[in-house]
Design a protein around this ligand. Structure first.
Ligand code: HPA
Ligand code: ZN
Length: 337
């Protein structure tokens, strides 16, 4: 393992907590809840993780989330993720959760929040990892369903910093959720949205202009629109890029073809993230390592990506400053090439 990458202080800004459900924990929770999985073994599960596109992944991801029923399940899921990233010097994380995936199966919103929030509090006190929680609406469902979910979330405003948009992108543009996001902003939530993963660059413009997002999740298809690339460089609206996810879901055929270095060189605020680490072959260290190997990034470029992760976070200016200083003292021990 690359010691520099693993020990680099970093933040994660694009992780679906349901996507951190490792097969081992899936089996344990299924057993605890008296459920039978459609897989006979952990190896069988892992070999099913071959995807042609986003939808082929989402089908398995939603089916697997069905084992999650109790607050304890959501606690164990979140705690497992936090324990893992603690070994990779992830200092701060902003976690997505998909309440509709659970409330549509009869699991209460309160149950989901209770388990995740308790683990995040323990993550802070026992592992020193700070965090924020971001609620994602499933864009393949209706705007009415998203609005109902938002109404449920208002009671937990103190625990949820932002709302976002995930699931099947094509055919579900950000404009579908304009009214929901407007109400969310009026209620004090920040906003983010998945856009330009499989969808066109015009979805990124919509997320910026109609949903008033602070960050774009994925956003790699911005490269097809030169005006947009210039706008993103000048505004520093961050992209939360997920390299291993992009290759696993065939957004890029190989890591060597990934465009993140080109975008970084153009001055965009690019960050590196794991998306669904249990499904795509790794957590933050593995993502950094894959781009370092595939794109030949220098230590200085990796440092810039880590610095961007704090800049792009929802931390306060004082908290960001503290992490920049931590990063700079870390860098002083290493050559920059
Ligand atoms: N894209 C859209 N929705 C998702 C993803 C993703 O990469 N991961 C989990 N839900
Ligand atoms: Zn995602």
């Amino acid at each position: 393992m690359n010691h520099f990458i693993n020990q680099l202080p970093k933040a994660e800004l694009h992780i679906h907590i349901e996507g951190s459900l490792e097969p081992e924990l899936m089996f344990k929770i299924a057993q605890r809840n008296g459920l039978t999985l459609p897989f006979a073994s952990i190896d069988e599960i892992k070999s099913a993780y071959q995807f042609e596109n986003l939808q082929s992944f989402l089908d398995i991801y939603y089916a697997s989330a069905d084992v999650l029923r109790t607050a304890e399940d959501f606690y164990d899921l979140t705690w497992g993720y936090l324990e893992k990233i603690a070994t990779q010097n992830v200092r701060h994380t902003e976690i997505f959760f998909d309440p509709q995936t659970h409330t549509d199966r009869g699991v209460e919103f309160a149950t989901v929040i209770k388990g995740i929030d308790q683990a995040l509090q323990d993550g802070k006190s026992q592992l020193g990892i700070s965090s924020h929680l971001i609620l994602c609406f499933l864009r393949h469902l209706s705007a009415e369903s998203a609005m109902k979910t938002l109404e449920n979330a208002i009671a937990y405003k103190d625990k949820i910093i932002a709302v976002g948009l995930d699931s099947s992108e094509l055919g579900h543009p950000p404009s579908k959720f304009q009214a929901v996001f407007e109400r969310a902003r009026n209620q004090g939530f920040l906003t983010v949205a998945h856009a330009g993963e499989e969808g066109p660059a015009s979805y990124i413009w919509e997320a910026i202009n109609l949903l008033k997002v602070s960050r774009i999740d994925h956003g790699v298809r911005c490269i097809e629109d030169e005006t947009l690339v210039e706008f993103l460089a000048q505004s520093r609206i961050p992209l939360t890029v997920c390299p291993l996810s992009n290759v696993k879901l065939c957004v890029f055929k190989t890591m060597q073809e990934h465009t993140l270095k080109k975008l970084l060189d153009r001055g965009l605020c690019i960050t590196i993230n794991s998306d669904d680490p249990a499904y795509f072959g790794g957590y933050l260290t593995e993502n950094f390592q894959a781009i370092q190997e595939g794109l030949g990034l220098t230590n200085l470029e990796l440092y810039q990506l880590a610095k961007n992760s704090f800049e792009a976070s929802f931390l306060s200016p004082i908290e960001k400053e503290k992490f920049y200083q931590e990063l700079d003292s870390f860098m002083a021990q290493y050559p920059s090439q």
